[in-house]
Design a binder for this molecule. Structure first.
Ligand code: NOJ
Ligand code: CA
Length: 552
């Protein structure tokens, strides 16, 4: 029987399905492509896959605009393909976590179409957030709020007779209308969705923007100047970010999750103040919440030490398990971040313009803009440190290949709404979503037979899985070994710091497992013990700069 606490220290591998593996040569990764790669995932040594949205979608936001929550995008396959993939993962001992997007549907969802076709004040409109505009003829938005992707957070509708109508709220793209979570029908329908996938064998859920569902939109709506900033408020007073009532929703979900054996797990994507994160991770709620603190830090011993200490103390106090992550589909790959020109930019997780105004990602992390070698060395060191910590490790597809951000995507081929809504400011997140290189040669580097939906740069060849398979010292073999060892060495969720120089982080785990990371620019001595893993070769028995070693 499955251990019901399997998720507490799992290594979870995020698959961005449209960019993972394409089975039918249409340039888009699909579910059959994932099934075909199950042996690869098994050899990698992960415990679970987190699958980003695979539902029918016009891809206005990479699939986070869902047309139908209980189906598979025909471009990605069928429900039968989903069942086949789930069975193959389970047979390989890998759990499946599905991404669920409850804050907003797409504008192509049946409900939204019905809302647009229905009159003001109708039950169909009450599933979303519709308001009259301000101004003499309702020509101004109900509030001046901006969407996360830039531009207004309200869009005006057109009535059936062609006249301008009400406005609807969208925190993200205009193709992503926010649902009204005060509406019991919305709540009930999501329970149906969670049950639908749980019954199909999904082991857990990743909850998209978990901190935005509950809203207090009582009039008069405050203006932007009166609002706090996302992720920084301590009192739940923002009209839509991190309100206390949101936990009532997750308490309902938890009841459903606990009806399954083992209980379904959940992890919140909640960009909230660290002190409010535990509420999402409570055992009566979702159980786990992403901790993005390390992801936002520089490659710096002091910052890492403070964040790790604080998060482990918090986890211990609340009984939650910690979560660690460096890369995902929303941020610049960490092998590139850590190679950015200045320390000040290393924490810059958003693709965009450098401090000197140079578009460092437009230069593709090359040439000269990003120190690719340094970035990769630090990324490997950071990953080994992360995998030695108590709690869950979330990995993003392609990081096991040491993949760099692909910055040189022509504007005409970009897809991310963040790019289109912020001209000249934000180049968007496409650079970490480019289809993976499986082979050094061949059409689309083995991704599929028919090209790739985002262009792959030539330098992807050197990162191909086939070029690293069985190669001593390759990033892929390093990840495999680290994950294998982690399985052997992982025990109680505790960690203790060992006194070390300020730019070295040394800690032990129960059973004598030690991890040492050298953040300095000079080699340092290693403690006593047998080295079982090193993110770079030792030099004269010493731990080089930007390297992590594990000892037992
Ligand atoms: C967070 C997701 O990770 C991101 O990709 C998406 O754009 C937003 N939520 C909106 O769904
Ligand atoms: Ca395909």
């Amino acid at each position: 029987m499955t251990d019901p606490t399997w998720w507490r220290q799992a290594a979870v591998y995020q698959i961005y399905p449209r960019s993972f593996s394409d089975s039918n040569g249409d340039g888009i990764g699909d579910l059959k492509g994932i099934t075909a790669k199950v042996p690869y995932l098994q050899a990698l040594g992960i415990d679970a896959v987190w699958l980003s949205p695979f539902y029918p979608s016009a891809l206005a936001d990479g699939g986070y605009d869902v047309d139908d929550y209980r189906n598979v995008d025909p471009k990605l396959g069928t429900l039968a393909d989903f069942d086949e993939m789930t069975a193959a993962l389970h047979a390989a001992g890998i759990k499946l976590i599905a991404d669920i997007v409850p804050n907003h549907s797409s504008n192509r969802h049946e409900w939204f179409k019905e809302a647009l076709a229905s009159p003001k004040g109708s039950a169909a409109r009450a599933r979303y957030i519709f308001r009259d505009g301000k101004g003499e003829n309702g020509e101004l938005p109900p509030a001046d709020w901006t969407s996360v992707f830039g531009g207004p957070a309200w869009e005006r509708t057109t009535e059936a007779d062609g006249t301008p109508g009400q406005w609807y709220m969208h925190i993200f793209a205009k193709e992503q209308p926010d649902l009204n979570w005060d509406n019991p029908e919305v709540r009930e329908d999501f329970l149906t969705t969670l049950k639908f996938w749980s019954d199909r064998g999904v082991d857990g859920f990743r909850i998209d923007v978990a901190h935005a569902l509950s809203k207090d939109l009582s009039e008069p709506l405050p203006m932007t100047a009166e609002l706090g900033v996302e992720g920084q408020l301590l009192d739940g007073s923002h009209p839509f970010w991190d309100r206390d009532e949101v936990h009532g929703i997750y308490a309902e979900w938890r009841k459903l999750f606990n009806q399954y054996t083992p209980p379904r797990t959940a992890v919140a994507e909640a960009w909230v103040h660290a002190s409010r994160r535990a509420r999402y991770a409570s055992p009566d709620g979702l159980g786990q919440a992403f901790n993005f603190d390390l992801l936002q830090a520089d490659f710096d011993a002091g910052q890492f030490r403070t964040i790790i200490t604080k998060n482990l103390a918090e986890a211990q106090a609340t009984g939650a398990s910690s979560t660690w992550v460096f890369s995902n589909h929303d941020v610049v790959r960490h092998a590139t971040r850590y190679g950015l020109p200045s320390a000040a930019e290393a924490g810059n997780i958003k693709p965009g313009l450098g401090q000197d105004g140079k578009a460092w990602l437009l230069a593709g992390g090359k040439p000269g803009e990003v120190d690719v070698e340094l970035g990769l060395a630090r990324a490997r060191a950071a990953t080994a440190l992360l995998l030695a910590l108590p709690g869950s490790a979330y990995l993003y597809n392609g990081e096991e290949l040491g993949l760099q951000e692909a910055g040189e995507i022509p504007e005409s081929e970009r897809q991310d709404p963040a790019f289109f809504r912020n001209p000249g400011v934000d180049i968007g997140r496409d650079g970490c979503r480019v289809p993976l290189p499986w082979t050094a040669e061949g059409t689309s580097f083995g991704f599929g037979d028919g090209g790739a939906h985002l262009p792959q740069p030539e330098w992807f060849a050197e990162y191909a899985a086939s070029a690293q398979n069985g190669v001593d010292g390759s990033t892929l073999e390093f990840y495999r070994r680290a994950l294998e060892l982690r399985h052997e060495l992982q025990s109680a969720e505790t960690q203790e710091w060992v006194t070390s120089p300020a730019d070295v982080l040394h800690f032990t785990r129960p059973g004598g497992w030690q991890s040492v990371t050298n953040f300095s620019s000079e080699p340092v001595d290693l403690p006593a013990g047998t080295v079982v893993l090193s993110s770079a070769p030792l030099v004269g028995g010493k731990l080089p700069a930007n390297t992590t070693a594990w000892l037992v």
